[in-house]
Write a protein that binds this ligand. Structure first.
Ligand SMILES: [Zn+2]
Length: 214
């Protein structure tokens, strides 16, 4: 357990360690459903985890299938306090460009789900961060993520986008990519059912992120 939601539900991460012969590489953290109305991102994370049980990744890997568990169960983008968790991260732009429905919270990282994810990343020293969203079908990058974005794009066929086309103050990518300079990818998959066609669209790109052959 890495923390709890506003409503007290447990947030969990699954940890995979590489085989002993693998060269040590900085850990990766991948997560889904920071927006509760994007359940396909949870399914992607669970499918990847199932494959890593069969064959361990080439780097230390943490998977958080659901960050916004209360929102997922309620079918809402925001958490139980009606905060958009992807506007709640601590960075200089936090709280700018307020828009209806994108409430950043009363203070940066005042939400337990944001705290849980940030604490995990800090604690394990992750340098590769993969945020799974829906539904734009693209690979967005921040910080040092450009090369990885192009590699993933070649595997999944989604275009690489550096600019989302609108300001994202207090977003995960701003904190960890723009500010901290880590390797940050926002993978936007389409709304797909949990069928093989949907999974196969992103499978190779996600396996590549954790140094597993496509
Ligand atoms: Zn999203």
């Amino acid at each position: 357990m890495i923390g709890k939601t506003v409503l007290g539900r447990a947030l969990t991460a699954i940890h995979f360690t590489p085989p002993g012969y693998a060269k040590p590489r900085p850990p990766a953290v991948l997560f889904g459903a920071i927006h509760g109305d994007e359940p396909v991102s949870q399914l992607m994370m669970e499918r990847l985890a199932e494959e890593l049980v069969e064959r361990p990744p080439g780097r230390d890997t943490w998977i958080v299938p659901v960050v916004n568990l209360d929102g997922l169960l309620a079918g809402t983008r925001n958490n139980a306090n009606d905060i958009d968790l992807n506007r709640n991260f601590a960075c200089p732009s936090w709280g700018e460009h307020r828009r209806p429905g994108y409430n950043p919270g009363a203070a940066a990282e005042d939400q337990p789900e944001t705290q849980a994810l940030s604490s995990l990343i800090d604690r394990v020293g992750a340098e590769r961060l993969i945020a799974c969203h829906a539904t734009y079908r693209m690979v967005n990058w921040d910080g040092r993520g450009e090369q990885l974005a192009h590699e993933m794009s070649a595997l999944c066929g989604y275009p690489v986008e550096h600019d989302m086309g609108y300001p994202c103050p207090g977003s995960f990518g701003t904190k960890y990519g723009v500010q901290a300079g880590l390797e940050v990818i926002t993978l936007e998959s389409p709304y797909l059912l949990a069928d093989d066609a949907g999974w196969l669209e992103v499978r190779s790109a996600l396996r590549w992120c954790v140094d597993l052959p496509a």
